[in-house]
Design a binder for this molecule. Structure first.
Ligand SMILES: [Zn+2]
Ligand SMILES: [Zn+2]
Ligand SMILES: [Zn+2]
Ligand SMILES: [Zn+2]
Length: 345
């Protein structure tokens, strides 16, 4: 693993503490850290519960250059608000759950934990003062390259690979694989992680979830009529010689490619996650408590999860699929006309 800041080969530290075995990768030049999922919790063992909660709302990215996860084969790191309410903004991988901390950010978290946790001053203090800096504990230190692992990422989290297909990825041209998730069949690209959703699959699922139709989402979906479609050079993986058109999802800037012939849809990598993020944001931005309650009631009909569950846990893959199913834009006659009339490139 090379440092995302300065390119230096990182060092892996494996430390046996009184309580646990902590493993972390560190850049000895600039002090940056890579922490796999669970490592932050292990470091803050004095704090009860998990501290790896962060707002998944991607923070506006000012930097042009995106950072890639050092573990996953093609995943971006997102800027997230750590512990949700704080000003600490870290890089986080949604696929493997790891965190990238620039030099000094560990201290920021430590200070924040000391402020908000009942065990004042006990956040990372043991780790920062006794484990990390002096070498009091048994430690194995070696080049990160000796301990690096690769995480194979599926186009949709939790999906199951069924078989390979002869269909071509509209994004990168590689053959698509077939997957299933929550009894839905879809094709995805193992290389660029885009996903193809069949209209029939969506219709089938729509019948299942009809009773919880998430009407609160339909208002903005209706706006699609005012949205213009854009012709693309991308070819439908099913119809082979039909070019797809781009449409925007709701009022967002998320682009979905859509085939006017078979009415399947293509989402680029992170498109699916972006839709989830967008829906979550819409849910959060509902000010009226009444609306919020109504929305949550509808969500509960579709999702599993107890009444005590947080929105974050409810708004998972199933939520997004349901929203896409309810995106009647894909069956809208006006849109079809627009699309059919769109100039082909
Ligand atoms: Zn560095
Ligand atoms: Zn990752
Ligand atoms: Zn691809
Ligand atoms: Zn098609």
């Amino acid at each position: 693993m090379r440092c995302l800041n300065c390119g230096t080969e990182m060092m892996n530290n494996q430390v046996s503490t009184k309580n646990d075995l902590v493993s972390y990768d560190m850049c000895e030049k600039c002090g940056s850290l890579w922490l796999d999922k669970g490592e932050l919790d292990r470091m803050a063992f004095q704090v009860e519960g998990s501290i790896e909660y962060c707002s998944q709302d991607a923070v506006e990215e000012l930097e042009k250059q995106k950072r890639k996860c050092p573990r996953c084969d093609n995943s971006n790191l997102y800027r997230v608000r750590f512990l949700n309410s704080t000003d600490i903004i870290l890089y986080h991988c949604r696929d493997c759950g790891g965190f990238w901390l620039d030099g000094g950010e560990l201290d920021l978290i430590d200070k924040e934990l000391a402020k908000i946790m009942p065990v004042s001053g006990k956040g990372f203090s043991d780790f920062v003062n006794n484990v990390h800096v002096p070498y009091w504990y048994k430690r194995i230190k070696r080049k990160s390259s000796e301990t690096d692992t690769q995480v194979q990422v599926l186009p949709i989290k939790g999906a199951k690979l069924e078989r390979t297909t002869a269909d071509q990825c509209p994004g990168c041209g590689k053959p698509l694989d077939e997957y299933t998730v929550f009894s839905m069949r879809f094709e995805g690209c193992p290389a660029c992680k885009g996903i193809w959703l069949f209209k029939d699959e969506l219709r089938r699922l729509k019948n299942k979830v009809e009773h919880g139709s998430m009407r609160w989402l339909n208002d903005e979906i209706n706006n699609i009529e005012k949205t213009s479609t854009v012709a693309t050079k991308r070819v439908c993986p099913k119809c082979k010689n039909v070019k797809m058109v781009s449409v925007l999802f709701g009022k967002s800037s998320i682009v979905i490619d859509w085939c006017p012939q078979c009415q399947g849809m293509w989402l680029d990598q992170d498109g699916f996650d972006s839709v989830t993020e967008y829906l979550k944001h819409e849910l959060y931005s509902m000010h009226s408590k009444e609306m919020e309650k109504k929305a949550l009631d509808e969500v509960k009909l579709v999702w599993s999860g107890g009444p005590e569950s947080r929105y974050e846990e409810l708004l998972d893959v199933r939520a997004t699929i349901s929203a896409l199913i309810n995106a009647t834009i894909f069956e809208h006659p006006t849109l079809v006309r627009l699309c059919m009339g769109a100039p082909r490139l």
